[in-house]
Design a protein around this ligand. Structure first.
Ligand code: ADP
Length: 195
């Protein structure tokens, strides 16, 4: 089993790269942003609750996020590995994820962190917003708030994985394929290490 965390600021390309990595390594995708958007579109209680946080670009409370991920892991079977995308976003979420996986006997093999300059992120998110219509991708203020939240609450997660020797930075600017190749070479080295 190969479990990895794909990390990076909003707009870093986690969703795009996840799609390619899933196919390459036969992984199961757990994107908390996608899960929340699904709840929102289905009008569930959880979706209604999450909406006010998401629209403003704030984080949904840890307890809710962790519960949702726990449920997702428990309801999947015969999985070869997970790729976590947009999760963990706080240190308590990272601790909870370690505990959830400990029960399965397969810890996180590595955290791959996409590194993209802030100006580039804003441009990418605004252009994505034009196509996707995502409420949180529409205004510069909302985007700036998400970036602030990322620097304040999410960046400490990097330190958490660094201490475990699992942090692998990857330059997130270039063509989709160039970045994908770099991610693959990190993952392949993790797998060799394992074998
Ligand atoms: P992006 O990475 O572009 O900001 P996501 O799709 O990952 O977007 O997340 C959208 C929103 O969903 C976040 O701004 C936040 O409100 C909520 N969210 C997603 N994942 C988490 C998480 N792990 N913890 C708290 N809130 C989350």
């Amino acid at each position: 089993m190969l479990n990895i965390v794909l990390f990076g600021p909003p707009g870093a390309g986690k969703g795009t790269q996840s799609e390619k990595l899933i196919e390459q390594y036969n992984l199961t995708h757990i994107s908390t942003g996608d899960l929340f958007r699904k709840h929102l579109s289905e009008g569930t209680e959880l979706g209604k609750m999450a909406r006010k946080f998401m629209d403003e670009g704030n984080l949904v409370p840890d307890k809710v996020v962790i519960g949702m991920v726990d449920e997702k892991i428990k309801s999947s079977s015969g999985v070869e590995g997970y790729i976590f995308d947009g999760f963990p976003r706080t240190v308590p979420q990272a601790v909870a994820l370690d505990e959830l996986l400990e029960g399965k006997g397969f810890p996180i093999a590595g955290m791959l962190a996409l590194d993209v300059p802030e100006e580039e992120l804003k441009t990418r998110i605004l252009s994505r917003g034009k196509q996707s219509g995502r409420a949180d991708d529409q205004s510069v203020e909302k985007i700036e708030n998400r970036l602030r939240v990322y620097f304040d609450e999410t960046v400490p997660v990097m330190e958490y994985y660094k201490k475990q020797g699992k942090y692998h930075p990857v330059h997130g600017v270039g063509t989709i394929d160039e970045i994908f190749q770099q991610l693959c070479s990190v993952i392949d080295s993790l797998e060799e290490h394992k074998a």
